[in-house]
Write a protein of this length. Structure first.
Length: 251
């Protein structure tokens, strides 16, 4: 089963892309209003599903004894492209391989050499592996930034709604974080139902608390910062969620 990113996951990715080395789980947790355990749990889940594939240092190789970074645009036979992409990692100096969905120039190889002779050696080895080099370019500089649509909106305060999914008809699933001052905080699901804090149209289908995924039961007590997923056949309106938030939910 595929992993469906929600707003918490997207915000985690944004912060890790921005500065994974100096960003801690508590820092992200404070920004999205969940516990650090939830952040660590989500990172592990995304690693397990192959969404986060690693944490890599960005290196300026020119400052390391004047090494040169070269980008080779190559063409490989489509049936052999994936296998070739793996094999050329054995070439000394190759640091990155990118497969492209194109005919010509469908492999990009980034490599670091000590000098131009070393880059020529890498070129020969790429050719020996059956690749046709279409273009070579020395990389002068690289800059990058995180994917902005996964980041916080300008001027956004506390995160409330973390995910929203429409199903067939009017049915909807909504995931959100319980506010500190929410009426339901500190009450069991049974108590909340009797007090009208959970509308009869809503079904609580999961509660995520730190590293633990709870199966909702009548005696389950809701706590601030719980990530709750609810389902409603008739749609989830802002009026149905008033018991879970300290402030009115904005649509």
């Amino acid at each position: 089963m595929g992993y469906r990113l929600d707003e918490i996951d997207r915000r985690i990715i944004y912060h890790l892309m921005r500065n994974a080395r100096d960003t801690s789980a508590p820092q992200i947790a404070d920004e999205v209003s969940v516990s650090p355990g939830t952040i660590r749990n989500r990172i592990q889940q995304m690693e397990d599903h192959g969404i986060i594939t690693g944490f890599h240092a960005a290196i300026d190789f020119e400052r390391t004894d004047g090494r040169l970074t070269n980008l080779y645009t190559c063409t490989a036979d489509v049936p052999d492209r994936e296998a070739l992409a793996k094999r050329i990692f054995d070439i000394s100096g190759v640091v990155n391989v990118r497969e492209l969905m194109s005919g010509q120039g469908n492999l990009q190889v980034k490599a670091v050499g000590t000098d131009t002779n070393d880059l020529a050696r890498i070129s020969r080895e790429l050719t020996d592996h059956g690749l046709q080099i279409v273009e070579e370019s020395l990389i002068q500089n690289e800059i990058s930034h995180p994917y902005h649509p996964f980041g916080p909106d300008e001027g956004q305060g506390r995160l409330e709604l973390t995910d929203f999914m429409s199903l067939s008809g009017d049915a909807e699933v909504v995931e959100f974080v319980v506010d500190e001052g929410a009426p339901i905080a500190g009450r069991t699901l049974e108590e909340a139902g009797k007090e009208g804090l959970i509308e009869t149209e809503l079904l609580v289908i999961s509660i995520e608390r730190g590293d633990t995924m709870l199966t909702p039961k009548g005696e389950t007590r809701v706590q601030p910062d719980d990530v709750i997923t609810v389902f409603s056949r008739g749609g989830v309106s802002k009026d149905l969620l008033t018991g879970f938030t300290a402030d009115p939910v904005e649509e």
